[in-house]
Ligand binder design. Structure first.
Ligand code: HEC
Length: 102
């Protein structure tokens, strides 16, 4: 299940990259995915209460943090669960989206 999904995500990313060429992530696709993050991180990634802001976060740092949640190197039950559901393409797209916000 997860495996199939990863392959689909990789295919989607390959298509996206063919279209945009320069950026690794697609901010528009990231925006669609970010709906599930807005409840905690804010509609514009401004951060809500104890949830850290994501707006303007460096893309590489964002990807590193998500991969750490995915692998369990960084522990936070909700982020661990969410990160595991995201493929590399999703994470790259989310990173591009949040980096584009101020
Ligand atoms: C239930 C609330 C909740 C949801 C939903 C949520 N997050 Fe988080 N997120 C947190 C909290 C709390 C932290 C800080 C955890 C910690 O201390 O490591 C965090 C941390 C992060 C970090 C690391 C921030 C940093 O500066 O190190 C990233 C990146 C992130 N979240 C991305 C996302 C993305 C992308 C989504 C949607 C797929 C999402 N989060 C959904 C609560 C949430």
């Amino acid at each position: 299940m997860t495996r199939t999904w990863l392959i689909v995500a990789a295919a989607v990313m390959a298509l996206g990259m063919a279209g945009t060429a320069q950026a690794a992530g697609d901010a528009a696709a990231g925006m669609a995915k970010a709906k599930s993050c807005a409840g905690c991180h804010g509609a514009k990634g401004e951060g809500v209460k104890k949830n850290p802001p994501l707006a303007g976060k460096d893309e590489a740092a964002f990807v590193a943090a998500m991969n750490d949640y995915k692998s369990g190197a960084k522990k936070h039950s909700m982020m661990n669960m969410l990160a595991k559901k995201l493929g590399d393409a999703d994470i790259a797209n989310l990173a591009a989206y949040y980096a584009s916000l101020k």
